[in-house]
Structure formats: structure tokens, C-alpha cells
Design a protein around this ligand. Structure first.
Ligand SMILES: Cc1cc2nc3c(=O)[nH]c(=O)nc-3n(C[C@H](O)[C@H](O)[C@H](O)COP(=O)(O)OP(=O)(O)OC[C@H]3O[C@@H](n4cnc5c(N)ncnc54)[C@H](O)[C@@H]3O)c2cc1C
Length: 507
């Protein structure tokens, strides 16, 4: 993945017209009428987009003493992640898991419960409260760090001037020595199935359904589809996941781990149709009908459901930015073309986050935000694209970092494997939560960790240890000789490391 990213970046760089663009002088006729910012006060940095990429860059820039403005059109900071992504989905995942556990997993724990009822409105309210608390928290951090926040839609008027259509009417414009594009991404539509966010939904609709549907088809078995499918399956919907590939989990998930989590999700009631492509959809009837076929062709079938969630991926969002006004190009996947320091062909205009290369993850956007500001302020920055963890917040969770077994095989890189099942871990046993394992891949000669893949309780927290180990070039022996508290799930991590270079004690 790292190699392919570097190639993309190199290709992008060679596509540059090397040109150091001087700030454009703005003609008096284009001067703004009313607003918060004044052209007289040129900013050091103007950021378009107040998602994770944009707001983190804004705070960091404020901390570095830069005069900074952040333009966001949503009316709330935090972007997809806080408003309709990471945060609301994790709220529903957490609370639907509790509901499901209370319904199905209390008897053998010695807990007798009475009538258990779902109050979906209250569950949604809890989600909304978390979201609004966090978005307001960012506004507070903006104030604390001297960031000017403009609520509106930004469009390039020239290479240094951004025109803003203000949310509450009117227009303003801001001039920046440096500009950062951080406009994020949107759900990829499925041709012929128009979103109405009630029956044919994106993840945004899946975060706000007003009732539990009797049946739901999820098109796409990647992380977002499986997380949202899990939520509604736990709350009582019959969920079927249709996936074109023969494996769930999307890019990066280890084969063995993908098979393990599929079995566990099936045990929880989710159905899977792998190697199956959706050919067309029809939403005219009471139920939505999908014509599906084997991915290789030849086995047509009709599926129907009350709700269809389209989760076939996300695409960069740059609509309305006016990139054409400044001659900035996109690649064939709609990504803003940048070099390794996030510069577009106009070196003072940079781009980070979902709207450019790399995995569409909040923590990747965050790393890039800090690095981009450091490049502006200090001339250097750092993001290690080989060490970006991924987490799927189902139960059990799935998490990984570094290379997986298929990638090592494909690249002819020698490796050895160490596995440790949670069924042999004392804490998992006491928690009656023993599904899954930790799998480590290491260099056979040096024991250097190459990748770690976890399916199990708390995998999303545990992966931080593997990420640190990879970042510092630790060997599995380094990990195994590090004392881990007992009884903890993290001991499974230590024992997998032992199994890689020697033998696990408890298995
Ligand atoms: C359901 C779901 C769950 C997810 N869960 C996770 C997770 O658990 N962990 C994880 O790491 N990632 C997760 N993601 C992905 C994560 O949300 C994104 O990677 C992250 O939000 C990208 O940040 P960004 O700042 O690049 O873009 P965004 O968060 O999309 O922010 C871009 C912002 O720019 C604004 N904007 C766009 N154009 C303009 C304009 N012209 N003027 C002004 N403002 C503009 C938009 O309104 C938006 O608020 C999830 C995504 C979804 C959809």
C-alpha cells in the first residue's frame, strides 16, 4: 500500500508544472461587502473545510502563531467524522451492542433482567448529544487558539483569494498567503438507485433511521457497511450484506481475520452474499428490489428489502470549490493532485485529508493536518503512511496495522506468523468474551514486526501498541519481553509476539 502510494505521489509530482505562484493582487472591484474577515488583513493560512483535516490544521496553525481562518459550510465543525461519521456511528455501535447484550447475554452472567425495550428516539438523542458536545468543543478550541471561523461555502476567486457565500446570507472574501484545501469526501452513489435517505440510504441515513426496518440490504461489505449493518441487525433488522469481492472487510483486512469476523457476524444473525454484484435496483414498489448476479456472471437472483444501504465507498468532494478558476487538476478518481509535502502545482495551495490520496480515515487526515502546518511554518513535517492503523468497531472489533499476509506473499517478503486466541486469555475468559485472536507477522531473521491483525474485544485500543511497535521498528521479542499487566486482554498481544519468535506460554 505504501509502495503504491509513493508511486502515485511520484507520478503526481512529475505532472506538476513547476511554478512558484506569487500572491495575486485582488482588484478593488472584487472586494467584499460584509463579513468577518477583511482583505486588508491577509491571513497566513486560509483553510477550506472544517472537518478533521481542516480543524486540526487550524488549531495547529493557531498554536504555531499563524493568523488563520477556517471556512466551513456545514454550520458545525468536525466534518464527516464528528457529524455523520466516526462519532455518531460509534455512539450507535456502543449503545446497540449494550442493548443486544442485555437481550441475549445476561443469563450466564448471573444477571436477571425484566422487560427490555428499545427506545430508538432516546438512542438517537444520546448520539446527537455526543455529536453536539464535541463539535462545540472544537469551536471552543478555535477561540482558545485564535482561529477565525467563517460559516459559509468557499470558492477560489484567484490563487490567493477565497470568496465565501455566507450561510446566513451575503458574501465575504478572505486572502491568504497559504491556502489549505480540506473539503473531504462524500458517499459514492449507486447508479440507478437515487438516495432518499429513508429507503435508499447512505451511511448518513443509516445514522438517523426513525424506526428499525424489518429488513435491510447493505450493498458493500467494507467497514462502514459492516458497522452500520451491525447496528441495525442488533436492533432487530434482518440484514443481508451483498459484496462483489469474495471477502468482507475491504482493502487491508487480512484474509484469515476477514473469514473469522464473517463467521462471528453470521453467528450474530447477519447474512452474506459474497462474490455477488448488484446489477440494478428498483424502488417503485413497497419493497426495494435488487437484481443481483454472481460477480463472475451467470446466477441472477432478485433480493428485496425495506431499506437498502449503499456503502460502496466514498469519493473525494471538491464540488463548488472553483478549482477550474485556478487551473488545479484532479486525478482519474477525483483526488486533488499533490506532492509529498501536500503542495498542489501552486506551491502555496496545499491539500490534505479525504479529498486527496491515501486511506479515507480521520486519524490519517489529522496526521496530515499537523504535517502540512509544519511544512508551512518550519519546512518539514512527517507522516508514516506505512503505519496507519485501521479499526472496524463491530463486536468483536477488528484492527490492523502494517502489512497483511497476502501483501507480504504478493511482495515476496519472507515472514513468520504468531497467533494467540482470546479463548486462551484469562481476562477474555472472565469477561465471557473469547471470540477472536491476535495475529502477528514478523521478519524471520530479525523478528522485526511487519504487521499485526487483531479480531477480538478491544482490538481498536490494543492496535495502538502494535502501531507504536511498528513506528519504532520493534521486534516481536521486544514486545514479548515488555511486561504486560495481568489479567488484561493485552496479554494476548504479548503472547502472540512470543508465539512469533518462540512459543506462547498459555496456548
Ligand atoms: C459512517 C462513517 C463512519 C466513519 N468512521 C470512521 C472511523 O471510525 N474512524 C476513522 O478514522 N474514519 C472514519 N470515517 C471516515 C472519516 O469520517 C473521514 O476520513 C474524515 O472525516 C475525513 O476528514 P476530512 O477533514 O478530510 O473531510 P470531512 O470530514 O469530510 O470534512 C470536510 C468538510 O469540508 C466542508 N466543505 C466542503 N466543501 C466546502 C467548501 N467549498 N467550503 C466550505 N466548507 C466545505 C464539508 O462541509 C465538511 O465538513 C467514517 C466515515 C463515515 C461516513
Amino acid at each position: 500500500m505504501l509502495a503504491s502510494r509513493l508511486i502515485t505521489r511520484t507520478a503526481a509530482r512529475s505532472a506538476f508544472i513547476k511554478q512558484s505562484s506569487l500572491p495575486t493582487i485582488v482588484s478593488p472591484s472584487t472586494r467584499w461587502r460584509r463579513g468577518y474577515a477583511s482583505q486588508a488583513e491577509e491571513k497566513d493560512l486560509v483553510i477550506i473545510g472544517g472537518g478533521v483535516a481542516g480543524y486540526v490544521a487550524a488549531i495547529k496553525a493557531g498554536q504555531e502563531g499563524l493568523k488563520v481562518t477556517c471556512i466551513e459550510k456545514r454550520g458545525a465543525l468536525g466534518g464527516t467524522c464528528l457529524n455523520v461519521g466516526c462519532i455518531p456511528s460509534k455512539s450507535l455501535l456502543n449503545n446497540s451492542h449494550m442493548y443486544h447484550s442485555i437481550l441475549h447475554d445476561t443469563k450466564n452472567r448471573g444477571i436477571d433482567v425484566g422487560d427490555v425495550k428499545l427506545n430508538l428516539d432516546a438512542m438517537m438523542k444520546a448520539k446527537d448529544t455526543s455529536v453536539s458536545g464535541l463539535t462545540k468543543g472544537i469551536e471552543f478550541l478555535f477561540k482558545k487558539n485564535g482561529v477565525e471561523y467563517i460559516k459559509g461555502t468557499g470558492t477560489f476567486a484567484s490563487e490567493n483569494e477565497i470568496k465565501v457565500a455566507l450561510n446566513d446570507g451575503g458574501e465575504t472574501s478572505v486572502v491568504g498567503k497559504n491556502i489549505l484545501i480540506a473539503t473531504g469526501s462524500e458517499s459514492t452513489p449507486f447508479p440507478g438507485l437515487e438516495f432518499d435517505e429513508e429507503r435508499v440510504i447512505t451511511s448518513t441515513g443509516a445514522l438517523a433511521l426513525k424506526k428499525v426496518p424489518e429488513s435491510m440490504i447493505v450493498i458493500g461489505g467494507g467497514i462502514i457497511g459492516l458497522e452500520m449493518g451491525s447496528v441495525w441487525s442488533r436492533l432487530g433488522a434482518k440484514v443481508t450484506v451483498v459484496e462483489f469481492l469474495n471477502q468482507i472487510g475491504g482493502p487491508g483486512m487480512d484474509n484469515e481475520v476477514a473469514k473469522t469476523i464473517q463467521k462471528l457476524l453470521k453467528k450474530q444473525g447477519m447474512e452474506f452474499k459474497l462474490g455477488t454484484k448488484v446489477v440494478s435496483g428498483d424502488k417503485t414498489g413497497e419493497k426495494i428490489k435488487l437484481e443481483v448476479d454472481s460477480a463472475k456472471g451467470g446466477k441472477p437472483e432478485t433480493l428485496d428489502a425495506e431499506v437498502v444501504l449503499v456503502a460502496i465507498g466514498r469519493r473525494p468532494y471538491t464540488a463548488g470549490l472553483g478549482l477550474e478558476n485556478i487551473g488545479l487538476e484532479l486525478d482519474d478518481r477525483g483526488r486533488v493532485v499533490i506532492d509529498s509535502e501536500y503542495r498542489t502545482k501552486h506551491s502555496h495551495i496545499r491539500c490534505i485529508g479525504d479529498c486527496t490520496f491515501g486511506p479515507m480515515l480521520a486519524h490519517k487526515a489529522e496526521e496530515e493536518a499537523v504535517a502540512a502546518v509544519e511544512y508551512i511554518k518550519k519546512g518539514y513535517g512527517h507522516v508514516n503512511y506505512g503505519v496507519i492503523p485501521s479499526v472496524m468497531y463491530t463486536h468483536p472489533e477488528v484492527a490492523w496495522v502494517g502489512q497483511n499476509e497476502q501483501e507480504l506473499k504478493d511482495a515476496n517478503i519472507p515472514y513468520k506468523v504468531g497467533n494467540f486466541p482470546f479463548s486462551a486469555n484469562s481476562r477474555a475468559k472472565t469477561n465471557l468474551d473469547t471470540d477472536g485472536m491476535v495475529k502477528m507477522l514478523a521478519d524471520p531473521e530479525t523478528d522485526r514486526l511487519l504487521g499485526c491483525h487483531i479480531v477480538g474485544p478491544n482490538a481498536g485500543e490494543m492496535i495502538a501498541e502494535a502501531t507504536l511497535a511498528l513506528e519504532y521498528g520493534a521486534s516481536t521479542e521486544d514486545i514479548a519481553r515488555t511486561c504486560h499487566a495481568h489479567p488484561t486482554l493485552a496479554e494476548a498481544f504479548k503472547e502472540a509476539a512470543m508465539a512469533t519468535y518462540s512459543k506462547a506460554i498459555h496456548y
